[in-house]
Design a protein around this ligand. Sequence first.
Ligand code: GLU
Length: 311
Amino acid sequence: MKIDDQTTYSSILCDIQSEIQPEFGKGKVANYIPALANVDPRKFGMAVCTIHGGEWLCGDATERFSIQSISKLFTLLLALQEVGADALWKRVGREPSGSAFNSLVLLEAEKGIPRNPFINAGALVVTDSLVEHFSDPIRHVLAWICELTGDNNIRVDDDVVRSEAACGFTNAAIANFLKAHGNLHAEVMPVLETYYQHCGLSMSCLDLARAVLPLANQGISIRTRNALMPSARARRINSLMLTCGLYEGVGNFAFRVGIPAKSGVGGGIVGVVPGKLTICVWSPELDEAGNSLVGTKALELFIGKTGLSIF
Ligand code: GLU
């Protein structure tokens, strides 16, 4: 099969959209953030972007949704670029946590050093580094996303931000715990505010697949040809996604799908096939680990049909 052929991807995405239908109704839309509970559970979109500029879409691929934890990928890349890798990696690890995304358990045992930057504790440390570094951190996050996507219309959904802030007791506990261990340098409130803001970004499958294309292309933007990060960083971030990008479901995801990916409780999963393409799927019903249930199935089918697993 020649997988760079346009009709091939179109028909693959169409086939996946019909094959995943029996999976709807098996997961649950996130409701611990009240604004997310109102999203239609039948939404489904997929976007594929290749490093040669090809783009293929199906379903609700251009509808914007709450990217939640997928934003942790963008804040990490921004912090590595602006704050520096050495400083950041002293404060956060690079190992899978094996526990829930918002767990406090390991943090106590490991004295306030989060296992990785993709669990909430680690992401709060990354956000803290941005709050320390910039006077208006969310403006810089938006500018960075604009640089990655070429789209300056990507926005934060203030309703989602307010909704999460109103019941973000666990994140507040994590931030206070980090502060008590000296691993939060700024004040707790501005860090939480910025964290909720970046989690509240609204992007579509197409936006997200475009945004991560440099990770498939050795750090180089396919749009401007600029190096947006060193190639070694792109490689390492892909490794980190493979080992830590899907919370305690990461092993099962690697087994079933086998590509670096990052999920969010809004139901998005964005994946990277280095040297070839990026893919994003959105379906709001989640499995027990907080990853999109139908989205995981769709990616499993895509990899099965194209043979594009990295293994
Ligand atoms: N804003 C969410 C939280 O902090 C992100 C979680 C996720 O997407 O996994 O709980």
